[in-house]
Write a protein of this length. Structure first.
Length: 603
């Protein structure tokens, strides 16, 4: 029975988001409304000279003001205003750079005339309608294939290789990590299977008995049938240019050489079959012109990015502590701190050495652009910049930096964060937990009897065990938890916002899941387990204390029978136990160094 006093549903519905064109129109109008105040400020400075030599600080402030008006005017469609602002900037720059002798009276007369023109142009612009806006733009995320599920176990992969043993082995390895792999040894079988059910991705050999370029030709044939959205990873013993070229021309998404590195294949499959859009790019926009900073931020937000605009360079460092920027868009000329000066500040901070910086400025002098970039920037865009170009430039540079950063902080075998990266994450987590008075736990994990696995089944099988554990950790932990390879067969996990009891339960669940995984080597089946030690904040108040405490608890788990989780005690009691632990840690570190070297050498 309806409530007669309730409001209609449409009245309580959420207000639709404001369009990009509407937001741009508001910023355009805001620029016009603030222009008289800016011109009045400039006129007061010029009028105060009264025949005296202009103060260099005042001249520099005027140059920045006119430079800003030039860029903003062009961006918001007021080209006559931009042109006269450029004339004023040029006149002031001539005096600053001593390119010609100009008296205060001459410069004052020149700028007074330009300010008169700008005021007239401003009044004229207010009475005119806004120019017809260009078509709205957006970068829509790639839609997932309708047959692909979000659960990795439901992602069907077709694998085709004329070597039955290799096809079966690779299918079995990928199956251990959750993919549903169907193997074929002929292209005819593969083509028939695709007509019955479209897979999430293909894995295709290049060379087949009937055709040395059979794999790429098959992909081209499938694409011609309408299977355009079918990612394909080519595998081959060939590592020559022509083989790779044919794969690219056929539409291949990735290329793996034999013998196949399983972790490399898994990374490709995860990326190509992931039904969720990638994490949005985070961009920090720094410009003393608030309207222009907000406009550029609006453009990027329209394209699906997360953008924050700031007009005071002094706020940048604090903001970067809380905003994980992939890229900084920065004005070159700002009154209190120039773009090159801010770039140098960022480059002197270890965490921001590789942060991409792009200048967005109306500066057209190539020499001055190069001088500014020498301070630590990675690119230069000239105002006004078309929205589509801005989005393309930011996308390109941010994605490349993400790839490079991933290569620097990831372990080559498991794909997890490496030792240095996971320790840095722990430092950040401790600082955040202290600031927010939040809960935090840290777990050390070690595969039981791992040396025996290597000695019995060989190092390649041992690597498969490590990869299986790494996948278990990545898939079962929450998104805001961090997991890394501490070294050798040891792993480290940063668990945010959980109590010690909750952390123990989480690691115990992971331990039980890993213990249920069956491994195969030379026709034999075996299983592995792991032991773990868990410490918490604030019982252990520093990253080093948490690490050492978790490591001691891990040793206790090993000493008590393995395949168990132990909680770190605030006060380890027995000194004899300390001596035993120290000897254990020295032996473990030696083994870790040896294992890391093998991983580095590609064994």
């Amino acid at each position: 029975m309806s409530n007669p006093s309730s409001k209609p549903i449409q009245e309580s519905a959420a207000k639709p988001p404001e369009s990009f064109q509407a937001r741009k129109a508001k910023l355009r109008q805001l620029f016009l409304s603030q222009l008289p105040g800016r011109l009045a400020d400039a006129r007061r400075v010029v009028a105060d000279w009264r025949g005296l030599e202009p103060d260099r600080t005042e001249l520099e402030a005027l140059r920045v003001l006119f430079h800003t008006l030039k860029g903003s005017g062009a961006t918001f469609g007021f080209q006559p205003i931009a042109d006269r602002a450029q004339d004023a900037e040029h006149a002031v720059r001539q005096v600053l750079e001593d390119e010609e002798t100009t008296t205060a009276g001459t410069l004052r007369n020149t700028l007074t005339g330009i300010l008169d023109d700008l005021e007239h142009l401003q009044r004229t612009a207010e009475g005119q309608a806004a120019p017809d806006p260009p078509p709205a733009f957006e970068l829509a995320p790639r839609e997932p294939h309708p047959e692909r599920g979000s659960d990795r176990s439901q992602r069907l992969i077709y694998l085709c290789d004329d070597d039955p043993a290799l096809a079966a082995q690779l299918a079995g390895q990928l199956g251990c990590f959750g993919y549903r792999v169907q193997a074929f040894t002929t292209l005819t079988e593969l083509a028939e299977a695709v007509t019955q059910e479209t897979p999430a991705a293909l894995i295709l050999d290049i060379v087949f008995p009937e055709d040395s370029n059979g794999g790429p030709k098959m992909l081209s044939e499938l694409t011609g049938r309408g299977e355009e959205d079918l990612p394909c990873i080519f595998i081959s013993c060939r590592d020559d240019f022509q083989g790779r070229l044919q794969a690219v021309r056929a539409g291949g998404s990735a290329y793996c050489t034999k013998p196949i590195k399983t972790v490399e294949m898994l990374e490709f499959l995860d990326r190509l079959t992931n039904p969720n859009p990638p994490e949005p790019i985070n961009v920090l926009v720094v410009d003393d012109d608030q309207e222009l900073a907000q406009f550029h931020a609006t453009v990027l937000e329209e394209a699906g990015m997360v953008a924050k605009a700031v007009s005071d360079p002094e706020q940048v460092l604090e903001l970067l502590d809380h905003f994980d920027a992939d890229l900084v868009l920065m004005d070159m000329y700002m009154p209190e701190c120039s773009g090159p000066e801010l770039s140098q500040i960022l480059r002197q901070i270890p965490g921001h050495v590789s942060l991409p910086i792009i200048y967005v400025s109306s500066e057209t002098n190539v020499e001055r652009q190069h001088q500014a970039m020498a301070a630590g920037a990675d690119g230069f865009l000239t105002k006004p910049i078309e929205p589509a170009q801005l989005v393309a430039e930011v996308n390109l540079r941010a994605e490349r930096m993400r790839i490079l950063h991933s290569l620097m902080v990831r372990d080559g075998l498991t794909g997890l964060f490496n030792h240095n990266a996971i320790m840095q994450f722990l430092e950040i987590a401790v600082a955040n937990a202290r600031r927010a008075d939040a809960m935090l736990c840290f777990a050390m994990i070690d595969v039981d009897h791992f040396k025996a696995v290597n000695d019995t089944y060989g190092h390649p099988t041992g690597d498969q065990v490590l990869m299986a554990l790494s996948r278990t950790l990545r898939l079962r932990l929450r998104e805001d938890d961090m997991v890394g390879r501490y070294g050798g067969e040891e792993f480290a996990v940063v668990l945010n916002g959980v109590t010690l009891a909750q952390a123990k339960d989480i690691i115990d669940d992971l331990r039980n899941s890993f213990a249920a995984v069956t491994f195969y080597a030379d026709g034999q089946e075996f299983r592995c387990t792991f032991s773990s030690g868990v410490s918490d904040f604030p019982t252990f108040a520093t990253p080093d204390a948490m690490t050492e405490a978790a490591d001691r608890a891990l040793y206790q788990a090993k000493h008590s029978g393995r395949n168990r989780v132990e909680i770190a005690l605030a006060d380890p009691s027995a000194s004899a136990e300390d001596d035993t632990f120290s000897a254990h840690r020295q032996a473990t570190d030696a083994a870790t160094t040896d294992a890391d070297q093998r991983s580095h050498d590609g064994e």
